[in-house]
Design a protein around this ligand. Structure first.
Ligand code: RB5
Length: 143
């Protein structure tokens, strides 16, 4: 799978860790930054990753910041994006099964790297349950 990965300055270590994890699983990771030793604004990176998903340059994206909140708020401004902020494996799996989340957001200051990797695995491995399609259609109609 082609996975775009981006973070702000609060999540660079977690981004490096998850990039290696995803590479080790055979995914094609497009690292969109940010550069180390920079203080940046998370909407710039949320926009870049969301754009990659919406143009088809990436199948899915993982966005990381301190809490994951800012990234999820920003990414969800983009039409067609369903960005889910998760803190555990169960919500990560359900973000795929119920919400067809095309972006996963995680907070590096609140979730440890091993749990974050398990969240990504659970989300990528989840199959969307079509019984939830009607809700997604209603969300799309709101856009
Ligand atoms: C940056 O200090 C911090 O605000 C950001 O990483 C994130 O937590 C915002 O939601």
């Amino acid at each position: 799978m082609r996975i775009a990965l981006a973070s702000d300055h609060a999540a660079i270590e977690l981004r490096t860790f998850l990039a290696e994890h995803l590479h080790s699983l055979g995914h094609d990771v497009e690292d969109l930054g940010c550069d180390p030793d920079q203080r940046v604004d998370y909407p710039d990176y949320a926009g870049a990753a969301a754009g990659a998903v919406m143009t088809g340059a990436a199948d899915k994206a993982v966005l990381l910041c301190g809490t994951g909140i800012g990234m999820s708020i920003a990414a969800n401004k983009i039409v067609g994006i369903r960005a889910a902020l998760v803190h555990d494996v169960t919500t990560a799996r359900l973000a795929g099964e119920h919400n067809a989340a095309n972006i996963l957001c995680i907070g590096a200051r609140v979730v440890g790297p091993l749990v974050a990797a398990e969240c990504v695995d659970a989300w990528l491995g989840a199959a969307f349950d079509a019984r939830h399609q009607r809700r997604l259609d209603k969300i799309a109609a709101m856009e």
